[in-house]
Design a protein around this ligand. Structure first.
Ligand code: HEC
Length: 156
């Protein structure tokens, strides 16, 4: 009995170890420009720079994988964040959302960024340049709210 318990325990430890040390395939980084944010939407260059700097790693196909994404465990955590981030909001697939979804996402963009929830704090800790200044935030919100209002009024 005892032998069986310890072999089960050894199996569990091995399985967890294997899962942690295996490297998942990182989400894809190829994109189609014809469905991306910039395909039809006007984005001021400074706002685009903010999005690219602070949001694109998790919310677009243009993820810049850091060197530690090659490490076991870190790879799982990063891949998970990127998959979840893209699933909620993907600037590289912007044209695939209908205008109501786009308007709603834009409202959330200003909201989540203003509350300091996006980019997430662990990301800001590692990527110092991803913190938004008051000016970045104001410009982001002005654009997002303006674009959201335009879509809500029937723009496409
Ligand atoms: C480290 C990865 C990461 C970065 C960088 C990041 N996000 Fe996110 N974001 C996520 C994840 C994961 C979720 C889903 C979980 C959640 O809602 O908190 C999310 C959710 C969101 C949502 C909610 C969408 C919905 O439908 O509810 C918005 C809006 C958003 N992010 C905007 C931004 C903006 C704007 C930036 C840049 C200023 C940004 N995010 C940067 C990972 C990230």
């Amino acid at each position: 009995m005892r032998a069986r318990q310890s072999s089960i325990a050894a199996f569990v430890v091995l399985a967890i170890g294997a899962a942690a040390w295996s490297r998942p395939a990182l989400p894809d980084t190829t994109g189609d420009a014809s469905i991306a944010l910039t395909a039809r939407t006007t984005v001021p260059p400074r706002v685009m720079a903010t999005l690219r700097r602070a949001c694109f790693d998790c919310h677009s196909n243009e993820t810049r994988w850091p060197w530690y994404s090659r490490l076991p465990l870190a790879a799982h955590l990063l891949a998970h964040d990127v998959r979840e981030g893209r699933a909620q909001l993907d600037w590289s697939h912007w044209e695939e959302y209908n205008r109501f979804d786009r308007a709603e996402l834009l409202d959330k963009v200003c909201d989540r960024a203003s509350h300091g929830e996006m980019p997430p704090w662990p990301y800001r800790l590692v990527h110092r340049d991803a913190s938004l200044t008051a000016i970045d935030l104001r410009e982001l919100c002005e654009w997002a709210q303006g674009e959201s209002a335009r879509l809500a009024q029937g723009g496409s």
